[in-house]
Design a protein around this ligand. Structure first.
Ligand code: GDP
Ligand code: IMO
Ligand code: MG
Length: 470
C-alpha cells in the first residue's frame, strides 16, 4: 500500500503528527518536495520532535527518504541527524542523488529578493531557507544535485559556472555586497566535506529505483507532504506560495514512483479545524491580523482596512478570538517562531484541495483547540461582488476580494480527550460531530481521522488507509 499525506490548507495542519500515527504501518516514509522550510511536530509521550528535513516516520524507527523533488541543505540535514542521535534515535535516512542542494548563496538571495519585493507588497514572507532560489536554479538547469557533491571535480566545475552569476545578480541587480556565501573556494571545501560525509554514511540513493525495489518486496510506503495546497506553486495563491508542489501529484514527480502507483493508493488531506497562515498573502476568513504578515494590517488600527467589520467593537472581538485560538492551538511557527495568522475554516479552499489531490480521506486536527468557544463558523462559499463562488478563484487579486459567507455552528465543550480517544468517534461532543460531518459532506470526502490533541495517542482513527487492500 502507498499512502500520501497532503496539507489541504496553508501548511502546519498537523501533518507530522498524522504521519507519525500512520508510520506504525509503514516501512518507509518519503518526503517528496520542499526542504527545511517545513517544521513538522511529532509528540511521542513526553518527547516532542520538531523536524525540518528528516521525515517524521524516523521517530518510530522507519526508513526515511528525501526524494528527488526535495531541496536539501546538507548543513541542516546533518545537524538535525546529529541532534536526533543525541536524543537516542538512530534515523536510517536516505537522500536522493537527484535532489537539489541548497547553498548559502540561495539563502542570501532569498532574503535579498524578499526585501526587494516589499515595496510592491509581493514578498511572500518566506522562511529564508533559500527554497525559492534553489528551485529556480533547478528549473534554470544550473542547479547542483546531491549526487554532484560526491564528485569533487563535478562540484568544482558547477560552482565555477554558477557562483559568479549569483554574485553578479546580488551585486549588480540588487546592489548588495556579497561575502563568504558567494566564495567559490570556501563553498567547494565545505560542500566537498558534506559529500564525503554523505558517502561515508552511505546515505545517497537512486530514490525511485530504491523505492520500487522496496515496494516489490512488500514494503509499505508513506509519502509525507510538506507545506500545503494553497502554498503549491501551481495550485496555490501565487505569488504568495512556496516553490514546489505539495499536492499529491508531487509525490510521483518528487519520488520517481509513477502516478499509477501513487494514485492506486490512498491520499489523506490533513485539515486544521480552523485556518492558520504564516507569511503574507490574502486570507478571506482571517480573524484580526498579524503585523508584518496580514496585508495592510497595523495593530494599532485594528482591522481597519477590512470592510466586513461593522465597528471597532467587532474588530476587537475578532482580535480577542484570534488571540484565544492562537494561544489554545500554539499557533507560532515551528521554523521561525512567528505568530501565525488565524481564521475560520474555509470550504472553498478545501474543495479546491480535495480536487487537486484526489483526497480519499480527511484527517481533521485541532478539534480540541476550538472547544469552549460559544460558536464556530465555517465559510461555505465566497461572495465576490455579487457572484457566489464555491471554490478558490485562479486569480489571487480576485481571491483577496472574496467575502466569506459563513454558516455558524454551536460550539462544543472541552472534554476529557483521552477518554474520547479510548471510546472512539461517537464519544466526541455532539456539536463537534455535527461540524465534522458537515465539512466532510460539503467536501465530499469521508473522515479518516480526527485529532484532539498533539500527542501520538490523541488521534481518533475512523479508517486506517493502510488497512485498505492494494
Ligand atoms: P505540520 O507542519 O503540518 O506538521 O504541523 P506543525 O507541526 O507545524 O504544527 C501543528 C501543531 O499543532 C504542532 O504543534 C502539533 O503538535 C499540534 N497539533 C497537531 N494536531 C493537533 C490536534 O489535533 N490538537 C492540538 N491541540 N494540537 C495539534
Ligand atoms: P510545513 O511543512 C507553513 C510559507 C512561508 C511563506 C511561503 C514561502 O511545516 O507545513 P518558502 O520559505 O517556502 O519560500 O516560503 O510559504 N511556508 C510555510 N507555511 N508551513 C510550512 O511548512 C511552510 N513552508 C513555507 O511562510 O509564506
Ligand atoms: Mg509546520
Amino acid at each position: 500500500m502507498v499512502v500520501t499525506i497532503v496539507g489541504s490548507q496553508l501548511g502546519d495542519e498537523g501533518k507530522g503528527g498524522i504521519v507519525d500515527r500512520w508510520s506504525e504501518s509503514a516501512d518507509i516514509v518519503v518526503r517528496y518536495q520542499g526542504g527545511d522550510n517545513a517544521g513538522h511536530t511529532v509528540v511521542d509521550g513526553e518527547d516532542t520532535y520538531k523536524l525540518s528535513l528528516v521525515p517524521s516516520g524516523t521517530v518510530r524507527g522507519r526508513v526515511g527518504v528525501l526524494g528527488n523533488g526535495c531541496v536539501v541543505n546538507p548543513e541542516t540535514l546533518l545537524s538535525e541527524l546529529d541532534a536526533l542521535r543525541e536524543r537516542g534515535l538512530d534515523p536510517d535516512l536516505k537522500v536522493a542523488r537527484r535532489a537539489h542542494v541548497i547553498f548559502p548563496y540561495h539563502c542570501a538571495l532569498d532574503g535579498i529578493e524578499e526585501r526587494a519585493k516589499e515595496d510592491k507588497e509581493l514578498d511572500a514572507g518566506t522562511t529564508g531557507r533559500g527554497i525559492g532560489p534553489t528551485y529556480e536554479d533547478k528549473a534554470g538547469r544550473r542547479g547542483i544535485r546531491i549526487g554532484d557533491l560526491l564528485d569533487p571535480e563535478v562540484l568544482r566545475g558547477r560552482l565555477e559556472y554558477v557562483v559568479p552569476q549569483k554574485r553578479a545578480l546580488a551585486e549588480s541587480v540588487f546592489g548588495v555586497e556579497t561575502g563568504e556565501s558567494f566564495d567559490i573556494d570556501r563553498l567547494y571545501e565545505d560542500y566537498k566535506q558534506y559529500g564525503e560525509r554523505l558517502r561515508e554514511e552511505d546515505m545517497t540513493v537512486n530514490a525511485g529505483a530504491y523505492l520500487e525495489r522496496e515496494r516489490e518486496a512488500g514494503g509499505e510506503i508513506l509519502f509525507e507532504g510538506a507545506q500545503g495546497t494553497v502554498l503549491d506553486i501551481d495550485h496555490g495563491n501565487y505569488p504568495f506560495v512556496t516553490s514546489s508542489n505539495p499536492t499529491a501529484g508531487g509525490a510521483s514527480v518528487g519520488s520517481g514512483l509513477g502516478p499509477g502507483v501513487v494514485g492506486q493508493g490512498e491520499t489523506i488531506g490533513v485539515v486544521k479545524a480552523y485556518l492558520s497562515r504564516v507569511g503574507t498573502g490574502p486570507l478571506p476568513t482571517e480573524l484580526g491580523g498579524v503585523e508584518g504578515q496580514t496585508p495592510g494590517y497595523e495593530a494599532s488600527e485594528g482591522n481597519a482596512d477590512r470592510d466586513d467589520t461593522d465597528d471597532g467593537e467587532d474588530a476587537e472581538r475578532e482580535e480577542a478570538l484570534a488571540t484565544e485560538i492562537r494561544e489554545a492551538g500554539g499557533e507560532y511557527g515551528t521554523v521561525t517562531g512567528r505568530p501565525r495568522r488565524v481564521g475560520w475554516l474555509d470550504l472553498p479552499m478545501l474543495r479546491h484541495a480535495a480536487r487537486a489531490s484526489s483526497f480519499s480521506g480527511l484527517a481533521i486536527n485541532h478539534v480540541d483547540t476550538l472547544a469552549a468557544l460559544d460558536s464556530v463558523r465555517v465559510c461555505e462559499r465566497y461572495d465576490l461582488a455579487g457572484e457566489s463562488l464555491a471554490t478558490i478563484p485562479a486569480r489571487t487579486e480576485r481571491w483577496s476580494r472574496c467575502e466569506p459567507v459563513y454558516r455558524e455552528f454551536d460550539g462544543w465543550p472541552d472534554a476529557d480527550w483521552e477518554r474520547v480517544v479510548e471510546e472512539g468517534y461517537g464519544a466526541l461532543p455532539e456539536n463537534a460531530r455535527a461540524y465534522l460531518e458537515y465539512v466532510s459532506d460539503e467536501v465530499k470526502v469521508p473522515i479518516a481521522a480526527v485529532g484532539v490533541g498533539p500527542g501520538r495517542e490523541q488521534t481518533i482513527v475512523l479508517d486506517d488507509p493502510f488497512e485498505h487492500s492494494d
